[in-house]
Write a protein of this length. Structure first.
Length: 389
């Protein structure tokens, strides 16, 4: 019996989430580049990449050296570290829409901090969202045990890329709306008309526009979807690949809004441990030196094109592909098939997510993509043979 409730503390790493069943119940012991090793010493080519938290590859030597140096310098202390101000200044320099910033440890708490700031700025309570924003109470819908109904009543969802319906929902919220929070990519790029409408309608309503860049920062571009698509939010939330797998997230935006941290309480004991701050500083340097976003786009295009070809060849199992080159996946016709394919891939030495998303990294080259596509082809063929025509 596992002594970790629910098998693992990260829900998306449960075997049921990865493989659609309790088996294989894999636990890993090591990771390097784009490969991981399980408890039995078996090697896997990986495209899950810590759920998108790693953009340079596991154990990147430069990031590891920076982290070790920070550990040897003490790692944490009682005063604000120099590295905190240095990293904040560097992020603000690269992202002109971010005038001030606050660091946290996880994406979920960073988005929650953004929502609290929006409520403090507007004096309003209602929030509309689009995408996945974490596990905290404010954004849970449906049957969520332990979440007060009064809290759920303050949150609603808007449809991605549907300008007219989203406009109606924003206007219906009226002067009770504090913020609209959205991911810039949800299975597809954002429609420019939808983005323009979001900016115009939130300004009209006196609400804040918050971009959730947890998955997209340091992946689509160093400045994420805001940089690529020209979005100018009031607040932006960053995380995952920003520190190449070390626990760091941030909320930043207009200085006037960020100054409200003095009127509300947003704090965490280990928000300023400097191991993750050092990892993020080195990650940004590698992003520049190795032109990482360009690499992810180039290699990701090869992956996306290969997935589209597989979808056409195995159309009895696969309905198509979704996502963008940097983060994509196959769309299966039936849920059980997706699990069977994921299990067959793992049996063959490939970790490939059966839904959103799979991620390329600096450690992936064309050879790794081509090998993965071949393994996926084999897995799809194997599963296809087991299903009656």
């Amino acid at each position: 019996m596992s002594r970790v409730a629910g098998f693992t503390s990260t829900g998306s790493k449960r075997p049921e989430a990865l493989f659609g069943s309790a088996d294989p119940a894999l636990r890993m012991t090591r990771s390097l580049g784009c490969r991981v090793w399980d408890a039995d010493g078996r090697e896997y080519l990986d495209f899950i990449m810590a759920l998108g938290a790693v953009g340079l590859g596991y154990g990147h030597p430069g990031v590891s050296r920076a982290a070790v140096a920070a550990i040897e310098a003490g790692g944490v202390g009682p005063l604000a570290p120099v590295a905190e101000e240095e990293l904040a200044a560097e992020l603000c320099r690269r992202m002109p829409w971010v005038e001030a910033i606050r660091f946290l440890k996880t994406g979920a708490e960073a988005v929650s901090a953004a929502v609290r700031l929006a409520r403090a700025a507007t004096g309003r309570d209602h929030v509309l969202g689009c995408g996945y924003h974490g596990w905290h109470d404010w954004c849970q819908t449906g049957e969520a045990a332990g979440v007060p109904g009064s809290t759920q009543a303050l949150y609603g969802e808007v449809p991605f890329n549907d300008a007219e319906r989203t406009r109606l929902l924003i206007r219906a919220a009226g002067d009770g709306l504090a913020a609209v929070v959205f991911e810039p990519v949800i299975l597809a790029p954002p429609d420019p008309e939808w983005l323009t409408m979001l900016r115009q309608e939130t300004e009209r309503a006196g609400a804040l526009l918050v971009v959730d860049e947890i998955k997209t920062v340091c992946r689509l571009a160093v400045g994420g979807g805001c940089e690529r698509y020209g979005i100018r939010p009031d607040l932006v939330v960053m995380g995952k690949a920003m520190a190449n797998g070390y626990p760091l997230a941030a909320v930043g935006g207009r200085a006037q809004v960020m100054e409200l941290v003095r009127r509300t309480w947003i704090s965490s004991t280990l928000a300023t441990e400097w191991v993750s701050l050092a990892a993020a500083q080195e990650t940004l340097r590698v992003m520049d030196r190795s032109r990482v976003p360009e690499h992810l786009t180039r290699v990701g295009r090869r992956l996306l094109a290969g997935l589209a070809e597989l979808a056409g060849r195995h159309d009895r199992l696969v309905a198509g592909v979704a996502g963008i080159p940097e983060m994509c996946h196959l769309v299966f016709r039936e849920e059980p098939v997706s699990g069977a394919v994921a299990r067959a891939c793992a049996d063959g030495g490939l970790l490939f997510k059966r839904g959103a998303y799979n991620f390329v990294s600096l450690a992936h080259e064309e050879a790794e993509v081509d090998r993965a596509l071949g393994m996926l082809d084999d897995a799809l063929s194997e599963v296809g043979r087991s299903i009656p025509t």
